[in-house]
Design a protein. Structure first.
Length: 497
């Protein structure tokens, strides 16, 4: 996230007597501000100053970014309600509803200064951190979700009755590399984390197995890639082998997902855009539980098939049109190339679809997940897998049909050439008969048929004109003169899949 940094500004007195706390640097859509001196909401505009106790409300499909004294940038999404205030050494962003992201520049925060995010039931102290907060209504009340995209934060509970912090602060962080001491501290404090390992060596795998207690069979599997999609449970953790697609080149990416109630570890040997951008997706839908994290990983891998499916659909559509328009030998190679690309993806998608056909069994085999909370989310993954497998099956069938269309069009073109040659041969048949008959060297023919009149009557009239007239009448009666020689060109129906 880019930070908009400026010069630290001293609080200024507004016309209402409230000090200035920030300035609006981005407005997309509609947003209003209600001030303490004038509660009537007014339209928020670019470069507007914000003052103590101002309340910002964003509308449908709207976005607002506010710069707080050059040390933090606050971005509010649609349907958000927030209030910004300051007291000595503490800047507070109170979120009543909606979703916002706060990025704090560590270099611009003076010693002793803190930026807080206050939600209905918690306070988050941040410094040099990127944090996403969301407040959403649920049947049991408001639910607050805090997602740390970078850095470390301290979270404390908030008593909604007294509006005072309660309990000891809890440190929450993201984990992007293998740090034995850090992992041991997280395990000791029972803090949930997700570790994504890309092309780790065997020594790193052995170290993680020792730290997290992986089963020897699971360690053996994670060292040997090329596994089929599967789910193996080992009492206190499970290994899920799942496949995604790397968007730029459409290659399959094998991901080994270790799941426990205390952590999630993903191991892969190739890049996957959808996993790399998962933190940006989390910024839009922050996970609140372990079930949400596992769902986010599986959903990202499942959705990574979508770009390839769209590309295949466009390629097959264009190939069908080209075959109908003008068949060529090049199209055979294109059909085989697409079949070689669709085949491996379909094989993996079908196995993963079958594996998730019984959502309850999958949830039961993943330790640390609440069955009721995870069932709906995993059912969504199952639906996506079902749709992906169905689309790949359909594309395989369309490629087989395209090969049949090519064969039919080639046969049709050959028949067309053959019938044209047959017509030419039929036209020359009377001439061949006439030349052959009168070319016989019988004395009577040579002696009695002679002169221009005999040539015009027998040679031209009887031998050529009469057969041609009879052929014309025969072709006309058969419809070969009025219509095309062969069937009309095939036309692809627009409404076909």
């Amino acid at each position: 996230m880019a930070l908009a940094l400026g010069v630290l500004a001293l609080p200024m007195a507004a016309a209402s007597g409230e000090p200035r706390v920030g300035v609006v640097v981005t407005v997309v859509g509609t947003a209003t501000v209600a001030r303490a001196a004038n509660p009537e909401p007014a339209q928020l505009k670019l470069r507007d100053d914000l003052f103590m106790r101002d309340q910002i409300t964003t509308g449908e499909q709207s976005f607002v970014r506010v710069l707080l004294g050059g040390k933090a940038a606050v971005s509010a999404r649609e349907h958000s309600i927030l209030r910004i205030s300051e007291r000595p050494s503490v800047s507070t962003v109170a979120l009543a509803a909606g979703r916002l992201a706060t990025a704090v520049s560590k270099d611009r925060v003076k010693p002793g200064e803190t930026v807080e995010i206050r939600v209905p039931n918690a306070i988050v102290a941040i410094r040099g951190t990127v944090v996403v907060a969301e407040v959403a209504p649920t049947p049991s009340g408001l639910r607050s979700t805090i997602t740390i995209l970078r850095g470390v934060v301290e979270v404390r509970g908030l008593d909604p009755l007294t509006d005072r912090p309660v309990g000891a602060p809890v440190t929450v962080r993201t984990l992007e590399r293998v740090d034995r001491s850090e992992i041991e501290e997280l395990l000791a404090r029972e803090e949930f984390f997700w570790l994504d390992l890309v092309a780790p060596g065997d020594d790193v795998v052995d170290e993680m197995a020792e730290l997290l207690g992986w089963h020897p069979l699971a360690v053996e599997d994670v060292k040997e890639f090329g596994q089929r999609p599967k789910l193996d449970d080992y009492r206190d953790h499970a290994l899920l082998v799942f496949y995604g697609v790397h968007a730029p080149d459409g290659r399959l990416v094998e991901v080994h997902v270790f799941v426990s109630g205390d952590w999630v570890v993903t191991v892969r040997r190739a890049p996957c855009d959808h996993l790399l951008t998962q933190r940006r997706i989390i910024a839009e839908r922050p996970p609140a539980t372990e079930e949400d994290v596992v769902y986010a990983i599986l959903d990202a891998l499942t959705d990574s098939f979508a770009p390839c499916l769209e590309e295949f659909d466009s390629d097959v559509e264009a190939l069908e049109d080209d075959i109908v328009r003008e068949p060529s030998d090049r199209q055979i190679g294109e059909i085989l190339r697409l079949r070689r690309r669709v085949g491996p993806l379909r094989k993996v998608a079908v196995v993963q679809r079958d594996m998730f056909s019984s959502v309850g069994d999958v949830v039961d085999h993943l330790p640390g997940l609440e069955r009721d909370d995870a069932r709906d989310q995993f059912r969504d993954v199952s639906d996506h897998l079902q749709r992906t497998a169905d689309v790949l099956d359909s594309q395989r069938d369309r490629l087989a049909a395209a090969l049949q269309i090519y064969s039919s069009m080639s046969d049709n073109r050959l028949n067309k050439v053959t019938e044209r040659l047959t017509l030419v041969a039929t036209v020359f048949l009377p001439l061949t008969f006439t030349v052959g008959f009168f070319g016989q060297n019988f004395g009577w023919l040579v002696g009695h048929i002679g002169g221009l009149g005999s040539f015009l009557i027998w040679g031209i009239g009887i031998g050529e004109v009469l057969p041609l007239v009879l052929l014309y009448l025969l072709f006309r009666r058969a419809g070969l003169v009025r219509g095309p020689v062969v069937s009309a060109p095939l036309r692809k129906r627009v409404e076909e899949d």
